[in-house]
Design a protein around this ligand. Structure first.
Ligand code: AP5
Length: 214
C-alpha cells in the first residue's frame, strides 16, 4: 500500500503519518523532514533549502525531485507514505515518471481538508523537540511536563521558523496557488480521496484507516 498525503500547511499530514507508520510499518517520506534533517546536518542541500524554507517559500523543484528520487530508490520494497511531495503539478508529473522508472505504483492521494482559521491556530501553537523532532501543540497536544519532550526528555521545544506569522501567510498563499490544483490532478486520475481533517487526531486517523482498509 503506497499512498500520498497532501493538504494545506498544518492539516495534520505529519501527525497522521506517524499513526500509519506505527500501524502499517510504512516508510514516511516527508520532504519537509528531509530538508530539516539536511539543515540540522549543515549539508549543502540544507544550506540551500533553509533560505527558502525560513521565508515559507518552496525549495526549487529540481532539488526537491532529486531528493525524492533518492528516497524512493532506497525503499527496498517497503511501502511508503509521501508527505509534502508533490506540491505542484510539475512535481506531480515528475513523481509519475519516477514511479514508472522505479517500477513502483501508488494508490490513493489522500487530501486532508481543514479550514484556514483552524490551520493558523495549529501552526502558531506547534512546538517541535529540537532533539528528536517529536511534534506538540501548546493547546491540543502539550507535553506532560511543560517544555520537556515526552519521548526523549529533551528540554528544548522550539517553534519552527516557518511557523511565524509572516511565513505562515506565505505558505498558505503558495498552497492555494500551487498545491490545491493537485486535487484536480489526482481526481482526473481517479486517485483522489478527501478526508475531513478537523476534530480529534484519533478521529481523523479512523477516517483515513477506513479508506485504506475498505
Ligand atoms: P513541510 O514540513 O512539509 O510543511 P507543511 O506542508 O507546511 O506541513 P506542516 O509540517 O506545517 O504541517 P502538517 O500537515 O504536517 O501538520 P502537523 O501534523 O505537523 O514543509 C516545510 C517547508 O519545506 C515548505 O514550506 C517548503 O519550504 C519546503 N518543502 C517541503 N516539501 C517541499 C516540496 N515538495 N517542494 C518544495 N519545497 C518543499 O500538525 C500541525 C500542528 O497541529 C501540530 O502541532 C499538531 O500537534 C497539531 N494537530 C494535528 N492534527 C490535529 C488535530 N486533528 N487537532 C488538533 N491539533 C492537531
Amino acid at each position: 500500500m503506497n499512498i500520498l498525503l497532501f493538504g494545506p500547511p498544518g492539516a495534520g499530514k505529519g501527525t497522521q503519518s506517524a499513526f500509519l507508520v506505527e500501524e502499517f510499518r510504512m516508510k514516511h517520506i516527508s520532504t519537509g523532514d528531509l530538508f530539516r534533517a539536511a539543515i540540522k546536518g549543515q549539508t549543502p542541500l540544507g544550506v540551500k533549502a533553509k533560505s527558502f524554507m525560513d521565508k515559507g517559500q518552496l525549495v526549487p523543484d529540481d532539488v526537491t525531485i532529486g531528493m525524492v528520487r533518492e528516497a524512493l530508490a532506497a525503499l527496498g520494497g517497503q511501502s511508503f507514505i509521501l508527505d509534502g511531495f508533490p506540491r505542484n503539478v510539475v512535481q506531480a508529473q515528475a513523481l509519475d515518471e519516477l514511479l514508472a522508472e522505479l517500477k513502483l505504483s501508488m494508490g490513493k492521494a489522500i487530501f486532508l481538508q481543514v479550514p484556514e482559521e483552524v490551520l493558523v491556530g495549529r501552526l502558531s501553537g506547534r512546538r517541535t523537540c529540537k532533539n528528536c523532532g517529536a511534534v506538540y501543540h501548546l493547546e491540543s497536544k502539550p507535553p506532560k511536563a511543560a517544555g520537556v519532550c515526552d519521548q526523549c526528555g529533551g528540554a528544548e521545544l522550539l517553534q519552527r521558523d516557518d511557523d511565524k506569522p509572516e511565513a505562515i501567510r506565505t505558505r498558505l498563499n503558495i498552497y492555494a496557488e500551487t498545491t490545491m490544483p493537485l486535487k484536480d490532478y489526482y481526481k482526473s486520475k481517479g486517485k483522489l480521496a478527501e478526508v475531513d481533517g478537523t476534530g480529534e487526531v484519533v478521529g481523523v486517523y479512523k477516517r483515513i484507516k477506513a479508506l485504506l482498509t475498505a
